[in-house]
Design a protein around this ligand. Structure first.
Ligand SMILES: [Zn+2]
Length: 329
């Protein structure tokens, strides 16, 4: 009998204890799973946070890269021979990065006002008929028109060098320049500029005027309504390789002849081939208020007046690249 009681007690205890153990173990396990879930959730949050931070950093980096003009690299120079006057010109790439991600970067960073920088566009010929071995100097008229239309549609204010000192007063200011005085500036660029109501500056070499492929006096006179003509020397020499006397003559005579031809002040110089040094700057200061370079990127108000950057626009760049070069926001 006593044995039976013990067996029954054991059975009842087992029946009661087992569910209790199961219950306890279940709650314990659930709790553990919840913790794990919670830990996983936290990890997911961390991963998400890291991803957001990475995106922000990437955006900041991209923003800096797009807004920071890069200095021209003297090594990025390329010689070419122009058929008409057998000159050698070197064109400095503006040194800005080739690949742009500004169009697909989330705009979560407050952008800098584009008025901080002044793009001074730097063209040569506007022509599909390429007459020198240096093809990229010949921007297609259709590309040029598309670029001008973009400036118009995006409310850029085209100014000239007489407004340079006060460019920050203008909404999205920009300057348009052409070097060498190709005749196609009259044939193709001039009508497009007129269509959009824009001004521009053409840097002329006085020896090239009236030569084949270059602007004629009558064309220059006709263009005076919207074009400001400035100096690119007499004969397009390498300034650092000529003596003081020749240098003075190139600077002073080109200025005098152009002022006589246009009836307007000539006080801006574009160094032929972008070639200059401290001696050239010293001489240029006698005759000119400003001198521009063959690239370098965006102009900032703090730049030296005799080393003014320009934004090189070669043939064949995409509109995305054009926007990036002018720091369009
Ligand atoms: Zn030139």
């Amino acid at each position: 009998m006593q044995k039976k009681i013990i067996v029954y007690t054991l059975c009842i205890s087992i029946i009661l204890i087992i569910p209790l153990v199961i219950l306890l173990s279940h709650f314990g396990l659930s709790n553990k799973v919840t913790c794990n879930n919670s830990a996983s959730a936290e990890r997911v949050q961390e991963v998400k946070k890291e991803a957001v931070e990475t995106t922000v950093e990437a955006a900041e980096e991209t923003d800096q890269q797009t807004t920071q003009p890069v200095e021209a690299s003297p090594s990025e120079t390329q010689p070419y021979t122009a058929a008409a006057h057998n000159e050698q010109t070197r064109t400095v790439n503006d040194g800005q990065r080739e690949n742009s991600t500004d169009s697909d970067t989330p705009k979560i960073i407050e952008v800098q006002s584009s008025t901080e920088y002044l793009p001074i566009l730097y063209y040569h010929a506007i022509n599909d008929n390429i007459t020198t071995s240096f093809k990229e100097l010949f921007v297609s008229p259709s590309e040029f028109e598309q670029q001008m239309e973009f400036l118009k549609n995006n409310e850029y204010t085209v100014i000239t060098f007489d407004k340079l000192a006060e460019y920050k007063k203008y909404k999205k200011p920009i300057i348009i320049t052409f070097d060498d005085g190709y005749e196609d500036n009259y044939t193709y660029a001039y009508p497009i500029l007129k269509k959009f109501g824009f001004n521009a500056t053409i840097f002329l070499c006085t020896d090239f005027i009236d030569k084949p492929l270059y602007l004629k006096k009558s064309q220059i006179e006709e263009m005076l309504d919207i074009i400001n003509f400035q100096s690119h020397s007499i004969s397009h020499p390498f300034f650092t390789q000529i003596n003081n006397e020749q240098l003075e003559l190139e600077l002073s005579e080109s200025k005098r002849l152009l002022e006589e031809l246009t009836g307007s002040a000539v006080d801006v110089l574009a160094y032929p081939t972008g070639d200059y040094d401290s001696r050239v700057i010293k001489a240029a200061k006698k005759y000119y208020k400003y001198a521009v370079l063959n690239g370098g990127g965006l102009y900032r108000g703090t730049d030296n007046n005799y080393e003014i950057n320009r934004v090189y626009i070669p043939r064949g760049i995409s509109m995305t690249e054009f926007k990036r070069r002018i720091n369009h926001k």
